[in-house]
Design a protein around this ligand. Structure first.
Ligand code: IMP
Length: 425
């Protein structure tokens, strides 16, 4: 097994970072394929916490190479900042081990401005305000600036001028100011000097590593239900977060992927607006938020919390082709007298077990209730060390979703995991 995709099976924040971290022990190349600085992994380097938004967490392994694929949108200032931050904290050869796709699109100041101004309006969907949507809009309407353009000052000037001209009526209508081309180019020049040595062909890098039989990890960002095509539109991000996005976002064929590992929390969270049938606004929801530290790592926003939605997870298993599932944060459920799983919905007077992805706001969850457990789970390293009630809960999840659970997270540390199978084995 050489090429594994790790994909979020919910609305993001599934604890991918920890599982990716476990897997990068084996991977010599880690590549991200979608999204931008809307993602965030908290890494602990030399006892200090640091948040990376663009660079895959594999960078902490001194020998691993990291690729930022063409499916991503890159904010040059954020990337340079991350490189410097990691270097300052003693991570070696960050710059040398990083490859930035020449074809990745850039997030420029006008994208961030538009995102922020739109979010101040009533029609806001609760984005991270990092300029993600507007940057992908420019890509789709063929007004984008790509990383390779940083090498060509004249072309860069023309592209930025054209894009600003296109955004001007939007910025003015939103009550914003139009940034000057000169100011943007001036800021970009030193960033371009830093980033152009990193430019390369991401597709070839990933292809060559796979051909050489190296273990390769393709790291998803956000989650299935935030995918632009398969998520709960319009409350979604603007990229292909699903496993298929790894093929298009990196430029490899789907035949190169050997295994798709889905990550889901043992409960469910969401940040931003949009339907969430199993949301809990009571003391149990507060328990999940407090015990699970459910606050956004990019925006600090409190996350909405609720019961695990099994039809949604089974939908994620289908659209991603999940081979195995990692269920994280099972320990957060300890201490509840009762736990529940959503096994269907009541919708338009009927019951369904399928996720009504476009009618989720009118779906009422059908819950199956289980006895809870009081024991802390942090020290469990095998299934047999889990309380009987927790095992019954896991069995029901695996049975409903019809995907084997191969990793169970029982605490924040990397070692606090029950690993039943290695996706690289
Ligand atoms: P955007 O990606 O900033 O445009 O935000 C679109 C939606 O995706 C909003 O609901 C965000 O809260 C959500 N979102 C984007 N990135 C993440 C993430 O990494 N975790 C969880 N939610 C995210």
């Amino acid at each position: 097994m050489t090429c594994v995709v790790v994909v979020g099976a919910q609305w993001g924040d599934e604890g991918k970072g920890k599982v990716v971290d476990l897997c990068t022990e084996r991977a010599s190349l880690v590549a991200r394929y979608a999204g931008g600085p809307n993602a965030g992994h908290t890494l602990v380097v030399g006892g200090e916490k640091t948040i990376v938004r663009l660079i895959p967490s594999g960078v902490l392994r001194p020998d691993s190479r990291c690729v930022l694929g063409q499916g991503m949108v890159i904010d040059p200032a954020v990337l340079v900042d991350e490189i410097d931050g990691l270097t300052r904290r003693g991570v070696e050869r960050v710059q040398e081990r990083l490859l930035l796709s020449e074809r990745a699109h850039l997030i420029l100041p006008y994208h961030v401005l538009v995102d922020g101004l739109r979010e101040a309006r009533a029609s806001a969907i609760g984005t991270t305000k990092k300029g993600i949507g507007p940057a992908y809009e420019d890509k789709a309407r063929r007004l984008g600036v790509r990383a390779a353009d940083l090498r060509h000052p004249k072309r860069l000037r023309d592209l930025v001028s054209t894009a600003i001209a296109a955004w001007t009526p939007v910025l003015l209508a939103l009550g914003g100011e139009v940034p000057s081309v000169e100011a943007i180019l001036e800021t970009l020049a030193p960033l371009g000097d830093r980033l152009t040595p990193l430019l390369g062909d991401a597709s070839r890098a990933v292809h060559d590593a796979i051909q050489a039989g190296e273990p390769v990890l393709l790291e998803g960002a956000q989650g299935t239900l935030l995918d632009i095509d398969h998520g709960t539109y319009p409350f979604v991000t603007s990229s292909s977060a699903v496993a298929g996005g790894a093929a298009t976002g990196l430029g490899i064929g789907p035949t190169r992927i050997d295994h798709v590992l889905g990550i889901a929390k043992a409960y469910l969270t969401r940040v931003g607006g949009g339907p969430f049938p199993t949301e809990l606004s009571d003391a149990t929801g507060e328990h999940l938020r407090t015990v699970g530290h459910e606050f956004g790592s990019v925006t600090g926003r409190p996350r909405r919390t609720g019961w695990l939605d099994l039809p949604a997870l089974r939908y994620a298993a289908r659209v991603n082709g999940l081979d195995s599932l990692a269920l994280t944060k099972l320990d957060v459920l300890s201490g509840l007298s009762e736990v529940a799983l959503c096994v269907g919905y009541e919708l338009n007077g009927a019951r369904t077990k399928e996720l009504p992805v476009d009618e989720l706001d009118s779906a009422k969850p059908v819950l199956e209730r289980f006895a809870g457990w009081q024991e802390p789970l942090e020290h469990a390293r095998s299934i047999s060390e889990l309380p009987r009630a927790a095992r019954a809960y896991l069995d029901r999840v695996a049975e409903f979703v019809d995907v084997p659970i191969t990793v169970i997270g029982v605490g924040p540390g990397r070692e606090a995991s029950i690993v039943l199978a290695d996706p690289f084995a």
